[in-house]
Write a protein that binds this ligand. Structure first.
Ligand code: PLP
Ligand code: ZN
Length: 418
């Protein structure tokens, strides 16, 4: 790329332009800053053929991602499978459903590898040496791994009560893991103070305009993998609400540059009832987000009480005729098991949230049964194993003898006959 297609940062509220530095809020109205592109030049440069000729990673859409030069971090991230799930469709009573399977995203098994590869590639362009994040777990894993691979110093700040696997999966890369006695909102507030004082690149604070754009790649891939079209319905888990707003933006951008035909689509948001500030607002017909001071859910990756992009997520649902839902911990576990048994995909708690909310939206008629649906499954189940450990049975133990095995099968047949 000679001259970058990504021109500046722009305030979402007043439209003021800002230079492409490590800044994230407008000085005049505190609106969030967002990457701005030269779409006319992108339209001239980017065709389906050009994209299809490139390696299968999120960087095949690099003109629509906010870096100046070539990416340097996370070159293999993305292009995860879009799985047509016919057995799941049957159980849910719908015609056509797909799973966008980011449980196998590279390298840390969640969609956060997308946002981190953009944020760290940009951090290197900006000359930053230390990167950091406030995280509910998956982001910490991805910052730790990708910073290690890139040779950057890293700090990850997390609520102290996260799942063991998520803590371990940050520590192993040699990052500095700081556990905070408090909820995510408190972690995040502390990170804003640290970012100002130490000048580090916090991927979801002062690098947030770059980080957030990485989520668009999930939407780009869905459209390409569906044969260059927008799915009628997309169900998306919401923590800060960023992923939902960026999938919406991705769909609009592909229409704008002529890569997919314009068509009617809805984006739907999924949360846990124990932390549902965005879904509660959408359901009561307001875009005013009431913070949840003490989140209480097994879906810890989604437990953000004061969601930074909640307002824009509600607006995206309103503008596309989409709806939000939220589900209990029992429904989340049932959602994880249903997805595993019907598709062979083991998702973390956020995946259970998405499946269970999709089921509710279908049963209530908010998603029609005869239109195509995509479920965004964003993280791997092995990272939240304790959430399901007591709900999936235990192995049957026998001695290494055929006789014991025979009697086990006999007992099973007898039970089945009952
Ligand atoms: C971070 C995360 C999300 C969504 O995050 P947003 O802040 O709404 O972009 C969804 N699923 C998982 C597993 C996550 O870790
Ligand atoms: Zn502004």
């Amino acid at each position: 790329m000679s001259e970058p297609y990504f021109s500046s940062l722009k305030c979402r509220e007043c439209g003021r332009l800002y230079p492409k530095k490590a800044v994230h809020v407008c000085e005049f109205d505190f609106g969030p800053l967002e990457a701005d592109y030269d779409y006319d030049r992108i339209k001239a440069a980017l065709s389906r053929q050009v994209i299809e000729s490139r390696p299968k990673s999120m960087w095949r859409y690099r003109e629509l991602l906010p870096i100046d030069g070539e990416p340097t971090v996370g070159l293999q991230v993305g292009f995860t499978p879009l799985v047509k799930a016919d057995r799941l469709a049957k159980v849910l009573g719908v015609k056509e459903i797909y799973v966008k399977n980011d449980t196998v995203n590279y390298p840390t098994l969640s969609f956060k590898d997308r946002v981190v590869s953009v944020a760290l590639s940009r951090a290197i362009e900006l000359g930053l040496k230390t990167v950091a994040c406030a995280s509910t777990g998956n982001l910490a894993n991805s910052v730790a791994a990708n910073a290690a691979a890139a040779g950057l110093d890293s700090y990850v700040l997390i609520p102290a009560d996260l799942e063991q696997s998520k803590v371990l999966n940050s520590l192993v890369y040699g990052t500095k893991v700081i556990g905070i006695h408090g909820a995510y909102d408190q972690v995040n507030r502390l990170c804003s103070e640290i970012a100002g004082k130490y000048g580090w690149g916090f991927v979801n604070v002062n690098l947030r305009p770059y980080y957030a754009e990485g989520s668009k790649s999930m939407g780009f891939e869905i459209m390409e993998q569906l044969g260059w079209k927008i799915p009628a319905h997309t169900v998306i888990p919401m923590a800060s609400g960023s992923l939902l707003t960026k999938i919406y933006k991705a769909y609009q951008e592909f229409v704008k540059i002529g890569l997919v035909p314009e068509s009617k689509f809805s984006v739907h948001g999924a949360q846990a009832t124990g932390c549902n500030p965005i879904s509660a607002a959408q359901k009561s017909g307001t875009d005013l987000i009431r913070p949840v001071p003490k989140p209480n859910t097994i879906a810890k990756s989604l437990a953000i009480g004061t969601p930074a992009d909640g307002y824009y997520a509600v607006r995206a649902m309103e503008q596309t005729g989409g709806s939000a839902e939220d589900v209990s911990d029992e429904e989340i576990i049932a959602g994880i098991k249903l997805l595993a048994e019907m598709t062979g995909i083991f998702a973390e708690t956020a995946g259970g949230v998405t499946v269970a909310c999709a089921r509710k939206l279908i049963d209530s008629g908010k998603i029609p049964r005869d239109e195509p649906i995509v479920l965004c499954i964003t993280g791997h189940g092995l990272k939240t194993a304790e959430a399901v450990a007591d709900h999936i049975g235990k192995p049957r133990l026998i001695k290494p003898s055929l006789r014991e095995f025979d009697s086990l099968i006999e007992a099973e047949l007898a039970e089945a006959a009952h």
